[in-house]
Design a protein around this ligand. Structure first.
Ligand SMILES: NC(=O)c1ccc[n+]([C@@H]2O[C@H](COP(=O)([O-])OP(=O)(O)OC[C@H]3O[C@@H](n4cnc5c(N)ncnc54)[C@H](O)[C@@H]3O)[C@@H](O)[C@H]2O)c1
Length: 330
């Protein structure tokens, strides 16, 4: 199979391409990525020699380019997005352009050339849960509350509209918070890990009691592979890690992993700096992935403690990768 991956130089997309080649070495992948601040060719430099892998630097909003590439493939897997909530609060313009218009351009190309389309989306489109609420599932009403999640919600609606209107062979996944190697160090887990390596404090929003359901990026990508291969056309699948944790718990777990070198096991509070809460900060996300489990056999395999330890080791062993991103002036 020949696949066009959008945004494959980012965190989840680059891990997806590596996993896909591991499981499907005969397939061909074209990776279309604009290389914004979040895209990094280093993420896939180990694939540089592969003859069935091609990188194209370009914008998913560029209709002519997208149509040219679409003629070569059978499937589009769409990751490209502006993805950081804090940036969307400061300026939403790029979020609307890439996440909404960019998705429309890809959908048009998929429609024109009759391609299979998988759209990678987030659980943030469902809004915020209270403690004790039932987790999100595929029936949960949309209630996005940040410019980021609103732009992703719009893109989900467009995908469904193309399925219903034109019969586009599309599927959607809404996944919870990912962690793992190659995640840009502005996101919570890599920010905390790299701050500790740099012996800096961990900035925690509000009271630190916000809850997220964490999934290792490889488990997410295994879920995507199942949906692409076995998912029912027109359907949405929720993917999650079944590992709900408060942000303060994440901070403490990361600090604990550093305890031998920092000797601060009993002083973890002194390494945490409480900062003003994010505007409109969603309290809790949680995912009920029983549909993906029932229909596709999806089950997250990586326990948070194991995935976190492996991720910490990755950031310790790849300091050049993240130091350039964190301190571009240095
Ligand atoms: N990170 C998470 O926890 C999470 C959870 C669920 C869903 N998602 C979704 O998964 C997808 C990937 O997320 P990520 O964390 O890997 O994001 P990321 O920010 O690490 O990567 C995004 C990639 O898209 C590229 N890109 C941005 N604008 C582009 C454009 N106009 N044209 C071409 N390429 C462009 C960037 O260069 C980058 O390589 C996003 O759609 C996101 O909404 C992320």
């Amino acid at each position: 199979m020949k696949i066009l991956v959008s945004g494959g130089a980012g965190f989840i997309g680059s891990n997806f391409i590596r996993l896909w080649f591991k499981n499907n070495p005969e397939d061909e992948i074209i990776n279309l990525d604009l290389l914004t601040y979040a895209g990094n060719p280093e993420n896939l430099k180990d694939l540089a020699g592969l003859k069935n892998y091609r990188f194209v630097k370009g914008d998913i909003c560029d209709q002519a380019l997208v149509e040219l590439l679409a003629q070569e493939v059978e499937l589009i897997v769409h990751f490209a997005a502006e993805s950081h909530v804090d940036r969307s609060i400061k300026n939403s313009a790029d979020f609307i352009k890439t996440n909404v218009e960019g998705t429309r351009v890809l959908l048009e190309a998929a429609r024109k050339y009759n391609l299979r389309f998988h759209h990678v989306s987030t659980d943030e489109v469902f809004g915020s849960l209270k403690e004790g609420d039932q987790p999100f599932n595929e029936e949960t009403a949309y209630d996005p509350r940040s410019p980021y999640s609103a732009s992703k919600a719009a893109s989900d609606h467009l995908v469904r509209a193309y399925f219903h209107t034109y019969g586009l062979r599309a599927t959607i996944s809404n996944c919870s918070n990912n962690y793992g190697p190659f995640q840009y160090p502005e996101k919570l887990i890599p920010l905390f890990i790299t701050n500790l390596i740099e012996r800096k404090k961990l900035p925690l929003y509000g009271d630190g009691r916000n809850i997220r359901d964490w999934i290792h990026v490889d488990d997410h990508n295994r879920g995507l592979e199942l949906i692409i291969k076995k998912g029912r056309i027109g359907e949405t699948y929720c993917l999650g890690g079944a590992q709900e944790l408060r942000n303060i718990e994440i901070a403490k777990k990361i600090i604990k992993n550093f305890s031998a070198e920092l000797e601060v096991l009993n002083e973890s509070e002194t390494l945490i700096e409480y900062i003003a809460d994010r505007l409109g900060h969603d309290h809790r996300y949680a995912i009920d992935f029983s549909k993906a489990k029932r229909e596709l056999g999806f089950e997250p395999e990586i326990k948070f403690e194991d995935g976190l330890r492996e991720t910490i080791d990755w950031y310790k062993n790849n300091q050049t990768w993240w130091k350039i991103l964190k301190n571009p002036q240095a």
